[in-house]
Ligand binder design. Structure first.
Ligand code: SF4
Length: 377
């Protein structure tokens, strides 16, 4: 089949499977300077997987030897509801995480698309990727004309889709008809740079992940640096701020994908309810949800920080429970939150915990907090 015709039929199949955009790029080496500089500056933080397999990241033919084309697809996950950044009794969960886990949804569709491709072209071989493996997904999506990488480093398609979509790829051993690369429409806008509470967009098109609230609440497995805790406000899983302020995201149509309909309890989760989840509740509530990634201890840590940022004394009993839970990292964040809320009850709980604390790091932090607290009272 002629490459033009094969490409046309593949694109029609992708759209009929429910993808919202599809594009094709020829395989070529990815310009390496940006990634290498970003890694050299340690902007990937604890995401050590980013610094592994760099050569493969820069050359898909090292991933699948006979790759000739990269097919990129986009799946809209947007749902129009307010994220309650100002309601200190509730937490904010990133929109992408309010529905089902996108990996499975994307993989199912991509497998169906690859099956269709091999029916159309029996010699075709392909490999699918969804946010896994050494593939520079945003680069390939922009190279295949699906949009441009904005100053907030998200891929932006257009006004109908904005940047609210997941990206997937199929590496294919067939030469397909390529699309022209997307062009940049950020212009002189810098809303995302100005809105980021931690100034994580350190220059246009460059994010220092170590400052990014998404990274801090999801990727960091142990303690959130103390100097950044206040800036995370009530965000308990991920952050959409740089997308919410982007003018290209104002009129995006809601996703038709049923799996991404936000779970009611995740649109505006009460901090109290989150703090009271047992490990078993967590596993039950977040089955097939991206939030599983944070594990119970990550969500409790983030919830404790959000409670501390609320300065709401009603949270003291829940924080006291977390202060005495079995996980030392959660205990440290509950202690920090109690100190932020302050008052005699919080102080008493910290003193009592210090008397029985066996973890040396936590004991040291309790000591420091109590010294600070005492001088504040
Ligand atoms: Fe680009 Fe402005 Fe959107 Fe940032 S907010 S990604 S600068 S258009």
């Amino acid at each position: 089949m002629l490459p033009e015709l094969l490409t046309k039929k593949i694109k029609e199949s992708a759209i009929s499977l429910g993808f919202h955009r599809v594009g094709v790029a020829p395989v070529e080496a990815v310009p390496d300077s940006k990634l290498k500089r970003w890694l050299k500056l340690d902007y990937h933080g604890e995401m050590h997987y980013m610094s592994r397999q760099v050569e493969k990241r820069l050359d898909p033919s090292l991933v699948l030897e006979e790759t000739k084309s990269v097919l990129s697809v986009a799946l809209n996950y947007y749902h129009n509801y307010e994220l309650n950044y100002d309601d200190r009794n509730s937490g904010v969960i990133s929109r992408y995480a309010s529905g089902d886990d996108y990996h499975k949804v994307m993989e199912t569709k991509l497998k169906a698309l690859l099956k269709k491709i091999t029916e159309l072209c029996p010699d075709a071989k392909g490999k699918i990727y969804v946010d896994t493996g050494p593939i520079m997904d945003k680069y390939w999506a922009s190279r295949s004309g699906m949009g441009w990488i904005g100053k907030n480093t998200n891929l932006i398609a257009d006004k109908r889709l904005g940047s609210w979509f997941f990206i997937g790829e199929i590496l294919i051993n067939q030469r397909l008809d390529s699309d022209a690369p997307g062009s940049d429409h950020c212009g002189s806008c810098r809303r995302c740079l100005d809105a980021c509470p931690t100034e994580a967009i350190v220059e246009p098109y460059v994010v220092d992940s170590r400052l990014c609230i998404s990274y801090l609440t999801i990727e960091v497995k142990e303690d959130i640096p103390e100097n950044l805790r206040r800036s995370t406000s009530n965000l308990v899983f991920g952050c959409d701020i740089c997308q919410d302020v982007c003018p290209w995201n104002r009129k995006v149509e809601p996703s038709r994908e049923e799996s991404f309909i936000p779970r009611k309890e995740l649109k505006k989760p009460r901090l109290k309810n989150l703090a009271q989840l047992t490990k078993e509740d967590f596993r039950y509530l977040f089955q097939n949800s991206p939030i599983r990634r944070s594990k119970w201890r990550g969500l409790m840590r983030n919830t404790a920080v959000a409670m501390g940022n609320s300065h709401n004394k009603e949270f003291i009993p829940d924080l006291c429970k977390l202060l005495n839970c079995s996980d030392a990292m959660v205990r440290r964040h509950a202690a920090w939150a109690l100190k932020e809320i302050g008052g005699s009850k919080a102080q008493k709980a910290l003193v009592e915990r210090r008397a029985i604390e066996t973890n040396s790091q936590t004991r040291d932090e309790l000591k420091t907090l109590l010294e600070t607290e005492t001088s504040n009272l």
